[in-house]
Design a protein around this ligand. Sequence first.
Ligand code: ATP
Ligand code: MG
Length: 314
Amino acid sequence: MSKILTIGEILVEIVATRRGNGFREAVPLIGPFPSGAPAIFIDQVGKLGQKCAIISRVGDDDFGWVNINRLTQDGVDVSGIDVLQHGTTGSAFVRYREDGGRAFVFNIRHSACGQIDLSDKSLALIDTCTHMHVMGTALYAPSVITSILTAVERIKAAGGTVSFDPNLRPEILDSPGMHEALQTVLSMTDLFMPSGEELFLFAEAKTEKDAVEELLARNIKAIVVKRGDKGASYYDDDTRIDLDSYRVEEVDPTGAGDCFGAAFVTFWLQGMNPAEVLRYANAAGARAVTRAGPMEGASTRAELDALIQAQGNG
Ligand code: ATP
Ligand code: MG
């Protein structure tokens, strides 16, 4: 059986309960919710019963243990999470604007996961994994970039595969070394999972069809384009599949892309056919938005089957 690895930030998310512009006034908050795009991704993978692990760092504080406890409960191998005695777990404060946009205050680069180096123990953990998932958000610091590229290279060299979700946030786009790292990861990617406009950051072409062709010509085996409440599409050399989204009430959109990606990678690695894989991913993304808190809407296989049964094939 394959084992999926990711490396990157573990955070708590604290959410303003009233919409508005940022945090320059006192607002009611709810949290801490376990979070961090790689953590949400790997939690959803674990919840589907797939073997998986994360390499990261947290502080020896409640915010760290909220995450470790949840990931453990959902079946993730947490042996690669270092608990730093004198560190503080990362955090993200989020407030939704009236127009649905999001304002963030991040504490990542100066938190426990601001630096992630690989010990002999983490190198040994990498060598037990057959697939690496790279989250673009995780390319926020040089040491983390180095760790991710090391894992990608080791897993590829051993015959494994790589998936890549650029997941770009304007707040972190200017991180040192990020642009080069994005290109290096793309050159080793088997499964590319951009959302909407992100496709065009990696291609010269101006239409989706041309951009997809251009990227597939660069050794990428399959591309999945996420479209929020408009569903998703799958492309490989011979196939295009489009699905509308499932109809659900959107409570909190954060984490949809991560849960979608986790379900896609899990079932893709199990050899399910692409139409069915996309359907499960579509269902995982839809369920993710129905709960407040980024990781709270992660689903079991039975919950995905129930949504698919209730609403058909999407
Ligand atoms: P994020 O990075 O904020 O988690 P993303 O941009 O990577 O999100 P989205 O395109 O927002 O990803 O969502 C991923 C998938 O989840 C969509 O392709 C769709 O299948 C599903 N999804 C998202 N929002 C909704 C919604 N409101 N209703 C139904 N399905 C949704
Ligand atoms: Mg995303």
